[in-house]
Design a protein around this ligand. Structure first.
Ligand code: HEM
Length: 494
């Protein structure tokens, strides 16, 4: 057994104090043996702001060094020129990489986990469905029905009974139901007055949680847990079985009545061919469903939660949004549905407020890529092959050189030109939907869905944020609120 004498203990204390004094003013301290890992763990509870201040102090790019002998180096950046280089100019050199594929295994062979030809195939296929006119109509009608028959009923009930509502939970249930309806033509009804235990939603969410834990655990540890079937990995396997089985059953029953049904994404894909010859198999359809659930559920619910919090705490913005909606309603008595898609698209101030909220609180707070060949970034940083690069979407929305000194303030006006039109900001600066060939395929859809939900809520209710709660981001793949968003809703009439 190794026993430390008083001399060794004093020496260790001396080294710790020496390093601490040397680095105490640096937001990312580098320790002997452990590298910068202790700094990350110490600041974990405000990870995004911590990384943001480190990036700011280092001119927008810094290299994270892990423990000795692990060869762990990650390039973090929020420099828009680097982001444009990685996502667009040198797109072919930066893929998701092997590490990403391992960690994101719950997403199967869908678009998020694929690179090169497999990605191109996935993207072309989904794009061919999303651009169809009948898909757009189906998406609009489905969302309208869900808002009317579930969301408004739920909020009316909360008003009548004076109940406190966790808006984040409501939005997660709503967007999960809506995405399932659009993708599978099936509504699991997670959002209803009784707030039922959402079996499907929680089985799906477990996969996303497991992906997150795999980011922070040493690879050998989560692999061992997976092999031994213990802890988080055991929960994942159990839940994945439930989800896979439910999805295979749905797909099988859809196959039986193929061709006689209404439009939905899986029906549309069943009519497509794989590689131009064979019909698409059930495993691919199941993986695509999981990817679209991942794409369209938590992103929209996170975007909506931060937006309504910002609006409820900025009454001037709320009043301007309401004024604009009322001006565009065809009659004074008209309800939110009268606006239609054309009316929704005319709401410039609402669009500006949404962009502003997505800038400050991007639902996907960071992205990672891996280099194929050595390269040099525009910032001058040298990149070896197989280097992990993380660009922080959260920090890019807070870069003073792009957004000005008031970059931390919520100001929808910054998005509106003197002529009253939306100012176009290139996607490597307004990065919430990613940039380059891998930018979000659901951007247009997301704006429509979020605007419909916001208009329906703001025209019918006043949202009062319950005082005394701590509103801060959770540490997860998606920028949720750590403690949810507790509100009281009061019915209003226009
Ligand atoms: C506020 C809502 C949304 C935000 C902020 C958002 C953001 C993003 C981001 C950052 C990416 C890049 C992810 C990556 O490469 O790892 C992405 C990709 C993607 N998004 Fe969205 N998304 C939203 C909603 C949606 C919706 C509703 C759909 C459709 C159901 C969708 C479909 C996709 C798809 C298919 C990709 C993969 C693109 C590719 O790899 O080529 N997204 N999105």
């Amino acid at each position: 057994m190794v026993v430390f004498g008083i001399g060794e203990i004093l020496l260790i204390i001396f080294i710790v104090i020496y390093y601490w004094r040397l680095n105490k003013n640096k937001p990312m301290m580098k320790w002997p043996v452990f590298g910068m890992l202790p700094s990350i763990f110490y600041n974990m509870s405000n990870n995004h702001d911590h990384i943001n201040s480190v990036l700011k102090q280092n001119g927008g790019t810094f290299i994270f060094e892990g423990p000795w002998l692990t060869n762990m180096k990650i390039v973090y950046t929020s420099d828009p020129m680097n982001v444009q280089h990685i996502t667009s100019t040198k797109f072919e050199n930066y893929g998701k990489g092997k590490n990403f594929r391992e960690i994101f295994e719950p997403l199967g062979e869908g678009i998020f986990r694929s690179d090169f030809d497999a990605w191109k195939y996935n993207r072309t296929l989904l794009h061919s469905v999303f651009k169809q006119e009948n898909f757009k109509v189906f998406f609009y009608k489905t969302t309208e029905k869900k808002i009317d028959s579930c969301l408004l009923l739920f909020l009316d009930n909360a008003c009548k009974k004076g109940l406190q509502v966790d808006l984040q939970d409501v939005f997660r249930r709503l967007t999960f139901d809506n995405t399932c309806s659009v993708v599978l033509g099936f509504d699991p009804k997670c959002l209803s007055i009784e707030l039922p235990k959402a079996t499907w939603e929680s089985a799906f969410s477990q996969g996303i949680k497991t992906i997150f834990y795999r980011h922070y655990k040493p690879r050998f540890l989560w692999k061992l847990q997976k092999w031994l079937q213990i802890g988080e990995e055991k929960k994942y396997t159990e839940n994945q079985k439930i989800l896979d089985q439910a999805l295979y059953e749905k797909i099988e029953s859809k196959r039986k009545i193929q061709g006689q049904q209404q439009f939905d994404v899986i029906n549309a894909l069943m009519n497509e061919m794989k590689d131009g010859k064979d019909p698409i198999d059930d495993k691919f359809l199941k993986d695509t469903t999981i990817n679209l659930l991942a794409a369209g559920t938590d992103t929209i619910s996170s975007g909506l939660t931060w937006f309504l919090w910002l609006v409820a705490t900025h009454p001037f913005v709320e009043a301007k949004i309401l004024e604009e909606i009322k001006e565009n309603l065809p009659s004074r008595e008209g309800n939110w549905k009268c606006l239609g898609i054309e009316g929704i698209n005319k709401l410039v101030y609402l669009h500006a407020a949404l962009c502003e909220s997505l800038r400050l609180y991007p639902p996907v707070p960071f992205e990672h890529k891996s280099s194929l060949k050595p390269d040099v970034l525009p910032s001058g940083h040298k990149i070896k092959s197989n280097t992990m690069i993380v660009y922080s979407l959260y920090s890019i929305g807070r870069v003073e050189e792009i957004w000005g000194e008031d970059c931390l303030e919520f100001k929808p006006e910054r998005w509106i030109s003197k002529k009253g039109e939306i100012i176009h900001v290139p996607s490597y600066k307004f990065i919430a939907f990613n940039a380059g060939p891998r930018s979000c395929l659901g951007k247009e859809m997301s704006f429509i869905e979020m605007k419909m939900i916001i208009v329906a809520i703001l025209l019918n209710y006043h949202i009062h944020v319950v005082e005394g709660q701590v509103v801060k981001p959770s540490i997860s793949l998606i920028l949720h609120m750590k403690h949810g968003l507790k509100v009281m809703v009061k019915k209003i009439s226009i």
